[in-house]
Design a protein around this ligand. Sequence first.
Ligand code: RNT
Ligand code: ZN
Length: 423
Amino acid sequence: MPNQAKNVERAYRLAKERYGQLGVDTDRALKRLVDVSISIHCWQGDDVGGFENAGGALGDGLAVTGNYPGKARTPKQLRDDFEKVLSLLPGRHRFNLHASYAEMNGAKVERDELSADQFKNWIHWAKANKIGLDFNQTYFSHPKVDGGLTLTSPDKAVRKFWIEHGIRCREIGAAFGKALGKTCLTNLWIPDGMKDSPADRKAPRERLADALDEIFAKKLDRKHNVDSVEPKLFGIGAESYTPGSHEFYLGYAVSRGKLLTLDAGHYHPTEGIADKISSVLCFLPEIALHVSRGVRWDSDHVVTLTDELQAIAQEIVWGGYLDRVRIGLDYFDASINRVAAWTIGTRNMIKALLMALVTPVEILKQAELDRDYTTRLALMEEAKTLPFGVVWDFYCLSEEVPVGEHWLCEVKRYEKDVLSKRK
Ligand code: RNT
Ligand code: ZN
């Protein structure tokens, strides 16, 4: 190990010099990066199961495939697994909970009656680990989902139940923010849609807008909680119509002062979210992201270091938007070790941000202003083979987390000692 550290440091000195020739200060890039918190989704740890009822198949537009052993079955196990993940990540990150991760402690509380009481262990744990919490209403995996409909249901009683749930969750979010001194993002996504062509596209959208207005009626201190709405194109069983579409929620967010959550899997298969970032940030002070990887559809594969991921990171960094984009992850793969799935995806997100931070973008932007598109393209391509990996290794070393593939040994050991013993 000491040898490895020495080598990484030596390589870093050379890399720093190389980047310096292009006007990039790698030390400064790392200082910026360490302040970026990724909101890591709890649901990778247990296949979006939650703790309201034991097990329970998913549905309502969501599908998890795979049965790798060792998934977290209790809140304590999920917390232990996530602590393991945190120990493998440079930087300080957040945990993103869903309402279905409430802890009932023997007294079942319905979703329209939830309060911070059911989340006190989460708050306590977050405080002890000095991490922030984010939150989500859970509008799926529940008997009150009315044939795939929640806030858009024509049944008033169904809508009322889910409106109340929305209200309760915002209050829980505010309690998180207040207790932890870190603003909570409460993100609202509903599965509502139609399998086949609807006769009325208008009424469900009008019902949704009204329901949202009721949910958001109470003003909360923006220091404690901010709200976001998450559009989608289609889901399994909702292939023909989604009332909560991109245009719907963009209009809603702009007119009501809400954040918009761009999920990388929620658009047409060849449509990325990177180009949407600077567009919507012309009109919204802040947005949220669900960084994901769709393979042929919104399949929520583990985030890998794709061109799309790099494009997202470039837009955030090169646009100077690091303070206006709440970066969150959203994927779930049950076919591999779940602690590894979390670690791979999050390390990739951080890597992509670092890559963007050490690109000589000022030179690229100047070439563009000079209409010298030849230089822009040439340098963009050369930048791809700069010694980025060395800077990444040095970052992990200085953050005292495993360098390179060494994190995998720790996950394998954890699997052997802990995960494989779970029944
Ligand atoms: C579904 C949305 C939503 C969920 C989570 C579990 O398509 O992306 O964000 O994945 O709420
Ligand atoms: Zn999402």
